[in-house]
Design a protein around this ligand. Sequence first.
Ligand code: ZN
Length: 217
Amino acid sequence: MIVHPIYAGFGLSFLLELPHGLYLVDAGSPGWDGRVLAAMRRLGRTDLKLIWITHAHYDHYGSAAALRALTGAKIACHPADAASLEKGLSPLGTTRGRGKIYPFVQPLANRIRTLRPTPPDFTLEDGQTLERFGLDAAVLHTPGHTPGHTCLLLSDGTAFAADLLGGSPPHLQNLLATDWDQLPASLAYLQAARPARAFTGHTARPFPGPVLQSIQA
Ligand SMILES: [Zn+2]
């Protein structure tokens, strides 16, 4: 499997290249679907099968509806964030530090490029896998940043930690949360899965498993 990180507005989209299909982890901000399509063209592929949305934020599912319309890929997420996707919402919860600018920035961005209602085709709970779509990956429910935030753990040991973590070197989410008290347990849950490497939602380079284990709540 080859992971192609794609900058798509405020967020990153990860295109997973497998012999039998392409998969996307997150879909960037609204209006950035062209970046993903360009990456697919470079690979000479049209078989995008699935878009896994780690959580219901503007910069993570913004281009998902457009990509579904253009490629026929299915969209999926955890049920606790499904209603936000359906309504085109991006719940920020409460903010800390630099995160305090988001309640001002997000409405402005949304006025320029509006987040579309994006009803998922299906939802998966903690521990369920994407095997029936040809992707050997398990869903880890890691709430706190949003109620339905998930990490995706692939069988090769790669984890997509999304916005459970931030920064480089990575640290536990410290800008936005709908429930700050859930974050330490979510971090411990990801650490217990012992991924070999992990990507955060906003950094194109993965970091090794031992770095993940060293992150303190
Ligand atoms: Zn987020």
